[in-house]
Ligand binder design. Sequence first.
Ligand code: SF4
Ligand code: SF4
Length: 237
Amino acid sequence: MCSGRVDLAFVLRAFLNGMDGVIIGGCRLNECNYVTHGNYHALAMVLLCKKIIEFIGFNPDRLGIEFLSSSEGIHFAEIMNTFSARIKKLGPLGKSEGIDEAELKSKITSVARLVPYIKMVMKEKLSTRIASKEEYETLFAREEIDSLFRDVVSYYIDPDKCQACMICSKKCPVEAISGGKNLIHIIDQEKCIKCGTCFEACPPRFGAIRKLSGEPVPPPVPEEKRTVARKAKEKAA
Ligand code: SF4
Ligand code: SF4
């Protein structure tokens, strides 16, 4: 597959499934046959992922990307030998980092859940096409990664404003919103992938969905109080 199709989620899944190292091979930069230049996207994604795995305590050398053409068999073999020697030297994932298996899985799972959010926050940089590989090295700064996880957002439906129009629940890609006719809608924070679709979809006249950052999400409205209180004007109509 095109290296541009390799998603951040695929890389994290490989680590979660026990891989000690992941390397991605793409066509040479500026030699893509398509206007999309997916290999630049792959490069940006790998550099972001390296910073993320470093943030959660893994050695970023466990992830690599190389660019070469299909005629470079010997070069390919050299790359793979060098990479596998590097990973052997690092040892099993987690062991050399001093992280036990349960913590390792928990850390990767937490980050994997945020992939849609990370891609949305970083979308401009992820689609950047800079002239050289070297210039990409400074694309993502450590402070940026710190704030990415520190200021992670949550979405919350204000029970006083929700009019149960059901638009948000129909648009949520992971069925994280429960609701129904005349029922105040609720977001399941465990299922929510923070894509922001509901926030955009809630009609401005209701403006019921709040985007929270750096503050706890209020508890969901109790079941017995979920019936929508219609405004007097609407009742009369
Ligand atoms: S942000 Fe909204 S639409 Fe997106 S997953 Fe969460 S609840 Fe669903
Ligand atoms: S779109 Fe807004 S008003 Fe409609 S059900 Fe969702 S939160 Fe409530």
